[in-house]
Design a protein around this ligand. Structure first.
Ligand code: DLL
Length: 443
């Protein structure tokens, strides 16, 4: 088996002072930082000054985190309306780099960083890599895309801050990824979970898994389930971790789970989290699902106040078994805009993933949801890849499997589903974020 013994590398904490601070001490640090950042944006960003004036709020009204509810929200649309540098809080000459998302519709979201912001990013990712048991001795194969997308550079900065070796592969060319992973002796790799599964299966098919030195996978940028984590871990004999982030706030490194996989630890000395009811904007109780909202506490180039991520999760402040006291968010069920309302029922692709993986056996977990409208009725078809052998077996067996999947999905989603079984590799593989839903309805 590849990797080293678990007890030799888990549960290391990079910054115990911050990651294990008491809740009161942290609230006082956050409050001090919040007061400063509010003053900064009020003085330097027209958008925030105008919004605060509209609400009748002065910087002096914000004395600590208990006053956060008085502040205005920021949305992705606000970033687009102020494209590219309208929310900049420092002179342009202090900007060291920009990152962003390609945004499938409309304008790019552009996020400027000062050098201190870039250093903070590296530090946050280094905390995550440490959480995954990695040290300066590790070799980190990065197959997230490099460029405006934050995945590649984020992991690279993290490896640098940790003192580890980064292999900047970027995405694509699976054969070359496999060769370099083996030849360079990578001990960890980072990419989206959907690509990780594809890469893991390709390594298994090539019969090279036992020659690898991998021990950890750092995966994020899209929702995935624990079942999928276990599948990748099982193929590669490694531990996989769920890293979260978004370019508006930082890129990867805002939060990650530890070896206990009991939620993702937020670096809340830098990003103040709230979980709010998306409709009423009232805070959700601990453990209740709502929209995650962040205020950056120390960012310089483009601090954001109460940024609505549209990501759905719940939060807990209980101390984790690993010793960290940082709040933990539950694995994401999806985004408010990922969710499909089909015949009045809320459906998330991750629900389908959990249901399919519970079946095991011939069912692979490459799937896609297709939503159509027929005679004014929504129809959900789930395309599922199944083992090749199923197609050479009697047709009866294939029908039975289709019925079984339909029944499990109906139970999980609460609506009837058409199931289309397809051969392995029919559904297009993604090197970046997987496309899980095609909605053909003209809504
Ligand atoms: O996806 C940053 C990133 C890169 C995170 C690499 C992790 C690893 P954006 O392109 O701005 O940034 O997309 C951000 O992706 O609001 C979530 O909806 C989703 N997302 C990111 N990480 C996770 C995760 C990067 N671990 C959007 N689980 C976010 C679920 C995730 N969704």
């Amino acid at each position: 088996m590849a990797g080293v013994a678990l007890e030799n590398w888990v549960e290391r904490i990079r910054d115990p002072k911050m990651e294990c601070m008491s809740r009161d001490e942290m609230a006082s640090l956050q409050s001090e930082r919040l007061v400063k950042v509010v003053k900064k944006v009020y003085e330097n960003v027209d958008f925030y000054r105008n919004k605060m004036k509209e609400l009748g709020v002065e910087p002096g009204d914000i004395r600590g985190v208990e006053d956060i509810g008085k502040l205005p929200f920021t949305t992705k649309e606000d970033l687009r309306d102020n494209y590219p540098f309208g929310l900049l809080a420092v002179p342009k000459r202090e900007v060291a780099r920009v990152q962003g998302t390609s945004g499938t519709t409309g304008k790019l979201t552009v996020v400027p960083y000062t050098q201190n912001d870039a250093d903070l990013w590296g530090e946050c990712v280094a905390r995550c890599l440490t959480m995954a048991g990695l040290t300066a001795d590790d070799i980190i194969h990065v197959c997230y895309g490099y460029g405006l997308f934050t995945g590649g550079l984020g992991l690279d900065y993290g490896a640098k801050a940790l003192g580890a070796m980064a292999i900047p592969m970027s995405s694509g060319n699976t054969k070359r990824q496999m060769m370099c992973m083996e030849d360079f002796g990578a001990t960890a790799f980072g990419c989206t979970p959907s690509y990780a599964l594809y890469l893991a299966e390709s390594l298994q098919e090539a019969g090279v898994v036992d020659r690898l030195k991998l021990k950890a996978g750092i995966h994020g940028a899209e929702p995935w389930t624990n079942e999928m984590r276990k599948k990748i871990e099982g193929i590669l004999h490694i531990n996989c971790f769920d890293i979260y982030g978004l370019c508006e706030i930082l890129g990867p490194g805002v939060a990650q789970d530890c070896i206990h996989h009991a939620g993702l630890h937020i670096h809340h000395d830098y990003f103040f989290p709230e979980v709010l009811d998306p409709a009423t904007h009232e805070p959700c109780a601990d453990g209740e699902t709502g929209e995650l909202v962040f205020t950056t506490l120390t960012k310089e180039a483009m601090p954001l106040i109460r940024y609505r991520t549209k990501d759905l999760t719940s939060i807990t402040y209980d101390k984790c078994e690993c010793g960290r006291t940082t709040p933990r968010i539950s694995k994401f069920t999806g985004r408010t805009d990922d969710m499909k309302v089909i015949r009045g029922v809320n459906v998330f692709p991750t629900q389908v993933e959990t249901a399919l993986l519970s079946l095991g056996g011939a069912v692979a977990n490459h799937y896609m949801l297709i939503v159509d409208r027929e005679n004014n009725l929504d129809v959900l078809t789930v395309m599922v890849e199944v083992d090749e052998s199923m197609f050479s077996d009697e047709i009866r067996k294939l029908d039975a499997l289709r019925d079984k999947i339909a029944a499990v999905l109906k139970q999980a989603l609460g609506i009837a589903v058409r199931v289309k079984l397809v051969e392995p590799k029919t559904i297009q593989r993604s090197e970046g974020k997987a496309i899980r839903v095609i909605d053909n309805r003209k809504l």
